[in-house]
Each structure stands twice: as C-alpha cells, then as structure tokens.
Design a protein around this ligand. Sequence first.
Ligand SMILES: O=c1nc[nH]c2c1ncn2[C@H]1C[C@H](O)[C@@H](COP(=O)(O)OP(=O)(O)OP(=O)(O)O)O1
Ligand SMILES: [Mg+2]
Length: 199
Amino acid sequence: MSAPRRFTGDTLVIASHNKGKVREIADLLGPYVATFTAAGELGLPEPEETGTTFIANAELKAKAAAAAGHVALADDSGLVVPALNGDPGIYSARWAGPAKDFAMAMRKVEDGLAGKADRSAYFVCALSLAWPDGHVETVEGRCHGTLVWPPRGPHGFGYDPMFLPDAHELTFGEMDPARKHEMSHRADAFRQLVERCFR
Ligand SMILES: O=c1nc[nH]c2c1ncn2[C@H]1C[C@H](O)[C@@H](COP(=O)(O)OP(=O)(O)OP(=O)(O)O)O1
Ligand SMILES: [Mg+2]
C-alpha cells in the first residue's frame, strides 16, 4: 500500500449539497483548513449516487467535484438497521424523498420495526478526499446505538431525533452539536482522515 497523500492546499471543496453535513464537516475540519467552499456555491451538479456501498458513493461524489480543479471532500453516510436487512443504508437520503421529509423517513423506519425486538442501528460515514489528478483517500466511521420512538430533540438533521447512541441518555437530536461531534460516525471517520491527510 502506498503512503497516504496529505492535503497541502488552503481551499477545500465540500462536495455535498446537504447543509447539515456541510456545517458539521466545517466544524470538524475547521482547525486544519483555511477556507471551505461548498459544491453548490461553485455551481457543481449533484452526481447520481450509483454505487452500491457508502465508500463507492463517497468516492464518486469526491471525484466528480475534484474534476473541476480543486481538492474535494465528499461524505456518504446513512443509517443501517439490521432488523430491516440494512435499510435504509445507502438509501437513507432517498427514503426522505425529493422534499427531504425526514419525519416521514423516520416513520417508515419505525413502521418497519413494528413487532421486532431488535431496535439496534448504526450510522456509517464514508469520507473520500479526491485530488484533480484522480488520487483518492477514503475512510469509514461508525456509531452504534438504538432507535427510539417518538423522535426527540431539535438539533442535528436527518434521523438524529430517533437515534440514541450506546451508553447515552440523549438522542443525537437532543444533544448539543459539540457532544454529537465527540462520538458520531462522522467524528470517527474524521479522526481517521485527519490522521492520514491533515496533520
Ligand atoms: O449524522 C447524521 N444524522 C442523521 N442522519 C444522518 C446523518 N448522517 C447521515 N444521515 C442520513 C440523512 C442523510 O440525508 C443521509 C445521507 O445521504 P447522503 O447521500 O450521504 O447525503 P445527502 O444526499 O443528504 O447529501 P450529499 O450526497 O449531497 O452529500 O443519511
Ligand atoms: Mg446524496
């Protein structure tokens, strides 16, 4: 395996069209990067997520943005529910539909769990950093927990209000964002990526 490539520039393109994610990524990587710009601000299109894994989708989103000429970081993430055979998984955003209705998506998860004893779930976050010459560095982080109903808390985004991380009493939706950043799947992935590419 070749040595990891380090990020040496000062501007990083965040290849995501999800505002919640862009905010979390800028929080987590703030100490290491001078300037962030988001794919949407550069007018980059949202590529179709044709991969069958989180890693494949993170890499295709990062490579598509880097082709415009700047180092780009993509995040592909989702909620994996073993009792639903891994759904919504890579389809987590798509379950919320074009209106990004996560109240509906959470209800769909809860409906699927009706009568099932196993309410465990985990979030996955694949991060891919891509250079214009096609080089990529990719890591994957996880966070395990259980699903509660009804959803609780105003913070975060997506499925956060129904996700209770292991050994905690507050859902990601109830937690202060700084606490979520200490234990989330995204924090786990960023610890690995910072180690490889940013310090
Ligand atoms: O920390 C999280 N807390 C709650 N929900 C989360 C989280 N992380 C991912 N999720 C769920 C919702 C999100 O919409 C989907 C990711 O889907 P994913 O395709 O990676 O992102 P996206 O389509 O929202 O934006 P984009 O592809 O432009 O980065 O998984
Ligand atoms: Mg997406």
